[in-house]
Design a protein. Sequence first.
Length: 239
Amino acid sequence: MTKLSVNINKIATLRNARGGNNPDVIKAAIDTQNFGADGITVHPRPDERHIRYNDVRNIKKIITTELNIEGNCTEQKFIDLVLETKPTQVTLVPDALEQITSNHGWNTIEHKDYLKTIIRLFQEAGIRVSIFVDPIIEMVEAAALTGTNRIELYTEKYAIIYAQGNKQKAIEPYIAAAEKAKELGLGINAGHDLDLQNLQYFKQYIPWVDEVSIGHALICDAIYLGLENTIQLYKRQLI
């Protein structure tokens, strides 16, 4: 079964825009769990423009489902947070400091030795590790050499080409990358711009994907459809 991990960063963005604690991010995490999400994803950034570091600490204390912390592992503050909170999974993303959102995967060939070291650090703390990669066979092969448990396929290009109407062209590199990952014994996650229009097609062609992490589109849909209903709609795409 493919798990749905809901990224709640955008709820924190809304709270931070006005100050105070409305909406309550901690309550949102509990409700998201209770509404059927298989996991909660958070992506704290150095400027704390959405999820704050203390949010992560507080969420870890109260949820019973999986916690996935995404972020740039070249930041010591991020490393310290992950080792302190010990989430189920850490997803390593090569973000620049002022990047609006994630927009590429790791060059696992160039950064293989660094990734091996940081992955081992987290694994020794009992944390499953996933690394963000583009759907490129060579990057998947090099990812396997780092010792990571999983890769997360960066799906923005899939979403763009799918929306242009060329579904087969959109999915082909992801099938190839996922098949290579499976061959190498890597678990597979996927995320970025997956939504109610393109998610089912992705799952249809890569049914062995372990987890999808979805935030922006899901929270946008929830404005119109309600959070509980939206989570269930997304989960139906993964059956």
